[in-house]
Design a protein around this ligand. Structure first.
Ligand SMILES: Nc1ncnc2c1ncn2[C@@H]1O[C@H](COP(=O)(O)OP(=O)(O)OP(=O)(O)O)[C@@H](O)[C@H]1O
Ligand SMILES: [Mg+2]
Length: 288
């Protein structure tokens, strides 16, 4: 596993040097415990980053489970299966979802794929690297826990966002995951999102307690990038198979995710957007 991760990392570095000016940031979204909200966060965070003018690709890296397709009510012709089996190139398997979001589906019912061979992982890595410079952010929505494949995505990424809820089981599993990843690769950069918090202070307390444990016992920094409210609109959006930000943009959870994206991109809180949209927004405000 370490050899493969090392090979992927070398590849990333080579390409980064080559395309230094348009560096793509690779982010893994992961968790210790399952069902804590990784896929909903990955999808809606991607949409939020895109609304702020960034080019984003979200990859359903929970191979064999069609999380992202199901959340968007889409079905894609090609997916990771076709890539690793050498049937299609990376460009062939990119699909377009709501708001023009680019995504790569994981494919469903492909249980054989849950375990990739070394050759398949290498092919995946080589093909993914072709995307370097074409997107600002590539977000991997991984499965829960630390499978061999997830460890590879994490160690090859620039940053890993760990999602937890305030529940003790989710917190201890998040800590255990960070500990395991850290023991494999001490250079992994972690960030934390607390999902389903009842209020802001609960989210902040949860993030602070995990961060103090990782600092004290592992010497790992774990900055929080924000909290997402527990909000029934998330489940409603899943049932409607429409991304939360598209169908319930004014919901508390949607607003939390937009705030996280804004903070993540260092956008001052008084500006609603960047790029052309932000420019127009500011211009219209001035002439109103
Ligand atoms: N902020 C939230 N408020 C309320 N419910 C939520 C929230 N986030 C997620 N949920 C609920 O949790 C469910 C699981 O979310 P999601 O599929 O994103 O989790 P996951 O971590 O990707 O799961 P898995 O580990 O199976 O991949 C959602 O269908 C929704 O019902
Ligand atoms: Mg998921």
């Amino acid at each position: 596993m370490n050899d493969q991760a090392e090979a992927l990392r070398k590849l990333v570095k080579q390409h980064s040097a080559q395309y230094n000016e348009e560096k793509t940031k690779f982010i893994s979204v992961t968790s210790g415990k399952g069902g804590v909200g990784k896929s909903n966060f990955s999808l809606n965070f991607s949409i939020a980053l895109q609304r702020f003018g960034k080019k984003v690709l979200v990859i359903d890296a929970d191979i064999g489970m069609a999380n992202i397709d199901v959340l968007m009510g889409t079905s894609s012709r090609y997916n990771l299966y076709h890539l690793v089996k050498n049937e299609k190139t990376i460009w062939d398997i990119i699909s377009v979802g709501p708001e023009g979001l680019h995504y790569i589906a994981g494919g469903s019912g492909l249980l054989e794929l849950v375990r990739l061979s070394d050759d398949e992982v290498n092919r995946f890595g080589t093909e993914i690297m072709k995307l370097q410079g074409h997107y600002d952010y590539i977000i991997f929505d991984t499965g829960a826990g630390l499978s061999k494949e997830t460890a590879q995505f994490i160690t090859a990424s620039d940053e890993t966002i760990v999602v937890t809820t305030p529940e003790p089981t989710s917190i201890t599993d998040a800590y255990a995951l960070i500990k395991m990843v850290h023991s494999i690769d001490a250079s992994v950069q972690f960030k934390m999102v607390v999902n389903r918090s009842g209020d802001r202070s609960e989210g902040e307390r949860t993030a602070a307690s995990i961060a103090s444990a990782t600092k004290r016992f592992l010497n790992v920094d774990l900055p929080s990038i924000g909290n997402i409210y527990d909000d029934p609109h998330v489940s409603k959006s899943v049932k409607k198979q429409m991304p939360l930000l598209v169908i319930f943009p004014e919901s508390d959870a949607a607003k939390s995710i937009i705030a996280i994206a804004k903070e993540y991109l260092n956008i001052p809180s008084n500006s609603s957007s960047t790029g052309i949209k932000g420019f127009l927004h500011k211009l219209l405000k001035r002439t109103r």
